[in-house]
Design a protein around this ligand. Structure first.
Ligand code: MTE
Length: 315
């Protein structure tokens, strides 16, 4: 793996962050080594160093502003509108945070997130993010490989899938008073998908810890799949041998599948997936649409996972 040593000025479009990073870089002795020290992450699970991995970013991938990424959200545990989660998200308390690990693994039990994170190598990865609703963003996530995270629990050979659940607590998630989703929100991946080098757990974005509305303290990021696979605020991980149902399949199995790989040729029953609108800027509702790519443009990394499968049937 190659790490890029240079930091481009347009890497971060949010001006305040850009400035604070500049100030920081001026004072950082490690600039140029490929390691960046971050003073902005002051979680109790301290992240003081991370490596910038630029190889997943496309040449046209201009970063979405932090403002757009943190105020245009899908997080039904707070509300079903896009702008509401940011204003409601204070009720979520992401520290301390426990994760229950169960099923087909040697190391199961309840773990404090603080104890799991120090073992991980923290990276910044810039990924395209494509929602099933046909909008997209480009986000610099901070986190670690899902594979490294899961290997800590020593999954057994008969674990074919990994299943995740979001916290269920209507006190912290007021939207859970309404049964718009059969709570808790749930998702799953085939084990080989989870072990793919792109599959990522984010604990931060734009050099800061993850805002609550983006799924604090940890959420899944699988950039070749539609956004709904990227389950937020995870409290349960289970290693299982049969394909689990995700929340959107529970609600409308004819519209949403288990795989949810980005695919311009497989339309949603109610709209085309051939193009998308990049969110960003004040007038992004009027941004010209761009072509959607198979696997969101990450086919080189993930197409092999689906060899021989009919992607129209296994949507
Ligand atoms: N996870 C939970 N627990 N609840 C949700 O409502 N929405 C999903 C996904 N993860 C959702 C969730 C959908 S539809 C999308 S597009 C992304 O989160 C949105 O992530 P963002 O708000 O960080 O852009």
């Amino acid at each position: 793996m190659k790490f890029k040593n240079t930091i481009k000025e347009n890497d971060v479009t949010d001006e305040k962050l850009y400035k604070s990073r500049r100030d920081f870089l001026k004072s950082s002795a490690s600039f140029g080594t490929g390691l960046m020290l971050s003073s902005t992450l002051t979680n109790s699970f301290e992240i003081d160093k991370y490596e910038k991995v630029d190889k997943f970013r496309g040449s046209d991938d201009e970063l979405t502003s932090f403002k757009s990424a943190s105020t245009y959200n899908n997080f039904y545990e707070f509300a079903t509108s896009k702008d509401a989660p940011a204003s409601l998200a204070d009720s979520l308390k992401p520290e301390p945070w426990n994760i229950e690990v169960s099923g087909l693994a040697n190391k199961t039990g309840v773990f404090n997130l603080e104890d799991l994170i120090p073992k991980q190598k923290i990276e910044e990865r810039i990924y395209r993010f494509r929602c099933v609703e046909a909008w997209s963003m480009v986000i610099p996530w901070l986190g670690f490989k899902l594979a490294d995270f899961l290997k800590q629990f020593e999954p057994q050979n008969n674990a074919k899938y990994v299943y995740f659940e979001t916290l269920y607590d209507p006190e912290q998630f007021p939207g859970q008073h309404r049964r718009v989703i059969p709570w808790p929100y749930r998702e799953g991946l085939r084990m080989d998908e989870a072990m793919n080098e792109l599959a990522f757990i984010a604990i931060g974005m734009y050099g800061k810890k993850l805002p609550n509305q983006n799924g604090a303290p940890l959420r899944l990021v699988v950039p070749w799949k539609y956004g709904f696979k990227n389950i937020k605020s995870i409290v349960k991980i289970k290693f299982i041998d049969t394909e689990p149902l995700n929340s959107w399949q529970q609600i409308a199995a004819n519209e949403y599948g288990f795989y949810a790989n980005v695919n311009p040729e497989v339309s949603h029953p109610r709209w085309s997936q051939a193009t998308e609108r990049r969110i960003g800027g004040e007038f992004s509702l009027f941004n010209p649409r761009i072509d959607t790519k198979i696997f969101n443009g990450y086919g080189d990394y993930v197409a092999d996972l689906y060899k021989g499968m009919n992607l129209t049937k296994n949507y």
